[in-house]
Design a protein around this ligand. Structure first.
Ligand SMILES: [Zn+2]
Length: 268
């Protein structure tokens, strides 16, 4: 079984991720289940400029579309609701979307860069508190910019031991993922990383120097289109050679079992 814990839908920032393409790529590459978030929750562009009102979408609308997609494909799709702390907040409507849809909502996704808000800022804490209230996980984009540092997620994981945190990308853009590894080495039982754009040799280093218990397979599918999973240096290695680089038990943990645990998925 393969669970992809980092998939998107949406049409923003010049990126187009049609839900139908997600399903087709999963079928084509034998992905059993995916956790999706809606990229349309971005509030600033790649240059950190606020997306103009006429293009920026409402937190409620963005997440309703993600929920609808999951509800129409409950055996294949679950969702993480996208928090928009810059122009909006963790309001009652956001809470209602979680409370009313716990069958498909498994977490909250924060994107410190595209929502221009550090992960340890007071507005993000409100989302973390909500995750605690509903016992769902919090996934944060992590990267090498001032907003998306792994260390901030680590600090929140220490502060909120009863909330499960995932450092998406184990710090995107870092050639060795060293900072993510350093955080994971602290062995907080509630801190994880996903492998979207993490080089397989770095994932192997995390397994060897830390543990396979903290890693979740993820991809950012369909960021490169229908054949995102065909990438020869990333996902094809995870589907093939990586199997022989770790024990069977560790492979199963990384490719699906940890995701079931972190996101409390009810799949067999
Ligand atoms: Zn992503």
């Amino acid at each position: 079984m393969i669970i992809d814990a980092h998939v998107h839908i949406g049409n923003s920032l010049g990126l187009v991720f049609p839900p139908q393409m997600v399903l087709e790529s999963m079928e084509k590459y034998n992905i059993d289940y995916a956790l999706i978030s809606n990229l349309d929750g971005s509030e600033v562009d790649f240059d950190q400029n606020i997306i103009p009102d006429e293009f920026r979408q409402k937190q409620t609308d963005v997440n309703k579309r993600a929920i609808e997609f999951a509800k129409s494909n409950p055996d294949k799709i679950g969702t993480l609701l996208w928090g928009m702390p810059l122009m909006e907040s963790c309001d009652d409507e956001f809470e209602r979307l979680i409370a009313d849809n716990l069958d498909v909502v498994h977490g909250i996704k924060m994107h410190p860069y595209h929502n221009k808000t550090r992960f340890d800022s007071p507005k993000v804490l409100e989302y973390i508190e909500l995750a605690r209230k509903y016992d769902i996980a919090v996934m944060s984009h992590t990267a090498c910019d001032e907003y998306s540092d792994c260390r901030q997620v680590y600090e929140m994981a220490k502060k909120y031991p009863d909330v499960r945190f995932v450092m998406a990308h184990a710090q995107l853009g870092s050639p060795d993922n060293q900072q993510a590894l350093d955080c994971l080495k602290e062995k907080l039982p509630n801190l994880y990383a996903d492998l979207a754009w993490v080089r397989p040799e770095n994932a192997l280093r995390i397994v060897n120097e830390c543990s396979a218990d903290c890693l979740l397979f993820g991809s950012d599918n369909p960021i490169d289109g229908l054949d995102t999973y065909a990438h020869p240096e990333f996902y094809q290695i995870y589907f093939n050679e990586f199997k022989n680089m770790v024990t069977d038990e560790d492979y199963e943990k990384i490719m699906y079992a940890n995701a079931i645990k972190v996101y409390k998925l009810k799949i067999q």
